[in-house]
Design a protein around this ligand. Structure first.
Ligand code: ATP
Ligand code: MG
Length: 660
């Protein structure tokens, strides 16, 4: 690790350095994708810590996903600034709430609602409103939106009208369901995900002593992806900061993609008005992508309209030129998936690692056909349930064995050079029959092997970053990752929705299903909703470092009516289409590929949440087992519950002491 604090500033450009060294007072970074915002704030924290100006425990870094938080913690440790809290708003709030609840309210914090849609169904039944499955999900989404925008049930109809939102049902009805839902939760002493933030806000607002205690703990705040902060999160942030202004926010209005859940770039764009003495830094050098990718991203934004568009920042690539983006039209979806799988196989053959490749789509239901095509092509891919990595039995067992070995002061039978942690891990796993070579065939045995191989790789990466680390350090790292549900990168192609790809990057990105009705999605009706879809595509395009492929298909099934059209956002960007708003197209290959002859045999289908293999027809259709929460829940409650029990187990009583 670098010696002094100044070493942390190496590898930053002058503007990023300005961010990293502005340790006091409000700082706002407005910058496009790939310009190093996340890097700048991570180095800023490390610089403050290394320079001795900032205590690690006094920093609260807020990120958008648990994965991003885990990555930031890892990076901070590499930079010699371990011990800094990097969490999502929810995780940070939950931790504080758990700690203060017994003192402020008494007793333990109520349980989190596990099946929220189910509870909404009961609430609807109570007020005699019939909702079908889809409506239930939509109404649950509306209740969420109302809560994060701090709208009480009575005000919901007016708020919907004001926001120009299209309610899935009569707003007066939704308001009644919302009232009944809140009532039901009270009766059962459960809270939902939004309540975690609402209650934390409530405690901090009503209890001055509690607010003071939190503020004396945290002096420095950093928020990544600030364009997607909700009014409720902002209120919490204001309470944490308490007018002190040691707040650094970074964001890109052109990447606002969560406004349907109540997030708004308003706070990012009005930061200067709220903090007139703020240091505002703009970054325009794009370090992530080739000039070709950046050109396409700029072209896409040049057509954007609306408020966020007024704040777009033209990106300038700092990288060597690479291949032109490829635009491909396919006859139908299976052909698109097979064509994509073929190209991925070629990329892997040319030396690109599978973990450096992603297939991104608009809705999760699109993943099935890609999972199938990749499996058929023999390409490993990462199941969406990969974040539940630490719950797999073999990983839990390995964790226990490693903990035991660490306590015993070395690997079981490792004998081995003490410092060689990966070798110790291999030895411990080897004692249970694991071999460095994969077993023949696929299925459960292979899955087990892959999980353990991922653990070995994690150990290798860990010691590369921290050569002095011991097995005990690795065990601590595993515990922390398990708590944050931060799975190691699995050596496989990533399949993810565009929303889930935020903040991440890959060497090769395949944006698939880019037809009208998908991007923009059919239910994006208002101009603002359509603009959000364009931003979503911008997020997708800017995930690529080097290879970028965009594709769509003319019909869903083979032999179907070729009624689909390519996304309107591609007009002017793909070859042979007239540029609108001066956006030039990239010279690219294009052509209609023939659908594959005959359907392939189906491989095993796995639950996309927990990875269990499925056999029930209904489950296979949903790609999800009955026990797992729906897409809407994203496994959040589950993960929270696991996280809480894990924390409780690790810390003993009282379990959530943030101050020790
Ligand atoms: P996004 O808006 O997508 O979240 P970002 O602005 O947060 O992007 P980062 O993820 O921080 O961008 O950086 C993008 C890539 O560029 C990363 O691989 C990062 O390591 C690299 N990078 C950033 N700044 C520099 C720099 N000064 N020199 C070299 N590489 C850099
Ligand atoms: Mg970022």
């Amino acid at each position: 690790p670098p010696e002094g604090a100044d070493a942390v500033l190496e590898g930053l450009d002058p503007e990023q350095r300005a961010v990293a060294t502005a340790l006091h007072g409000p700082v706002c970074v407005l910058a496009g994708a790939g310009t190093g915002k996340t890097r700048a704030i991570t180095h800023r924290i490390a610089y403050g810590v290394r320079a001795g100006i900032v205590q690690p425990a006094s920093v609260l870094a807020v990120t958008f996903t648990a994965r991003a938080a885990g990555e930031m913690r890892g990076r901070l440790r590499q930079l010699g600034a371990g011990g800094v809290q990097a969490r999502t708003f929810h995780a940070a709030a939950l931790r504080q709430l758990q700690y203060f609840w017994p003192r402020v309210v008494g007793g333990p914090l109520p349980q989190l609602v596990e099946r929220k849609v189910q509870l909404v169904a009961e609430a609807a039944a109570r007020v005699r409103i019939r909702l079908d499955r889809n409506e239930l999900r939509d109404v649950a989404g509306e209740i969420e939106w109302a809560k994060v925008t701090q709208t009480v049930p009575e005000d919901y109809p007016a708020a919907v009208a004001k926001a120009g939102r299209e309610a899935p049902r009569d707003p007066a009805e939704i308001s009644r369901v919302y009232t009944a839902y809140e009532q039901l939760k009270r009766e059962r002493s459960v809270i939902d995900f939004e309540d975690v933030l609402l209650l934390t806000v409530g405690v901090l607002e009503e209890r001055y002593d509690v607010a003071e205690q939190v503020r004396s703990q945290y002096q420095h705040f950093v928020v990544d992806e600030y364009q997607d902060v909700s009014p409720l999160q902002q209120r919490l942030l204001d309470l944490w900061v308490g007018g002190r202004g040691n707040l650094c926010v970074v964001g890109d209005a052109s990447q606002t993609i969560y406004s349907f859940t109540g997030a708004t770039p308003e706070f990012l764009l009005s930061f200067r008005a709220r903090y007139p003495d703020a240091t505002v830094v703009k970054l325009v050098r794009d370090y992530r992508s080739t000039p070709q990718v950046v050109h396409l991203a700029n072209g896409l934004l040049a057509q954007a309209r609306g408020q966020a568009a007024a704040h777009r920042l033209e990106l300038v690539s700092q990288r060597e030129p690479g291949p032109e983006p490829a635009f491909t039209e396919y006859a139908d979806e299976p052909a698109e998936a097979e064509g994509t799988a073929r190209r991925i196989r070629d990329l892997i053959a040319s030396g690109v690692r599978p973990s450096e490749i992603a297939v991104l789509y608009r809705v999760n239901a699109q993943s099935e056909v890609y999972e199938q095509a990749l499996a058929d092509a023999g390409v490993p891919y990462q199941l969406r349930g990969a974040e539940r990595f630490f719950e797999r039995p073999e990983v839990r067992e390995a964790g226990m064995l490693l903990r035991g070995a660490a306590r015993a002061g070395g690997g079981a039978g490792a004998g081995l050079d003490e410092a060689d942690v990966p070798a110790q891990v291999r030895a411990v796993l080897g004692s249970r029959g694991w071999t460095p070579e994969p077993p023949a065939g696929s299925g459960a045995v292979r899955d087990r092997w892959e999980s353990l191989a991922a653990l070995v790789r994690l150990a290798e990466d860990f010691v590369r970053a921290r050569p002095q680390a011991t097995l005990a350090d690795l065990v601590a790292e595993l515990d922390e990752r398990a708590g944050a549900q931060h799975a190691p990168t699995v050596e496989g192609v990533t399949l993810a929705s565009l929303h889930a790809a935020k903040g991440l990057e890959w060497d090769a990105v395949f944006l698939v299903g880019l037809s009208e009705g998908m991007v923009p999605i059919t239910y994006a009706k208002t101009d603002e909703q359509v603009e959000e879809e364009r931003r979503l595509l911008y997020v997708g395009v800017t995930r690529a470092r080097r290879h970028l492929a965009l594709s769509w298909s003319l019909s869903r099934a083979p032999g179907g009516r070729a009624g689909r059209r390519p996304s309107r956002f591609l007009t002017g960007l793909r070859p042979g289409t007239a540029a609108r708003g001066g956006a030039p197209g990239g010279g690219a290959r294009s052509g209609v590929e023939r659908p594959a002859v005959g359907r392939r045999r189906r491989g095993p289908v796995h639950c996309r949440v927990c990875g269990r293999s499925l056999s029930e027809a209904g489950e296979i259709k949903l790609m999800r087992c009955e026990d797992c929460p729906s897409e809407l829940d994203e496994g959040l409650y589950e993960r929270l519950r696991e996280w809480r029990s894990e924390q409780a187990r690790q810390l003993g009583q009282p379990p959530y002491c943030v101050f020790t």
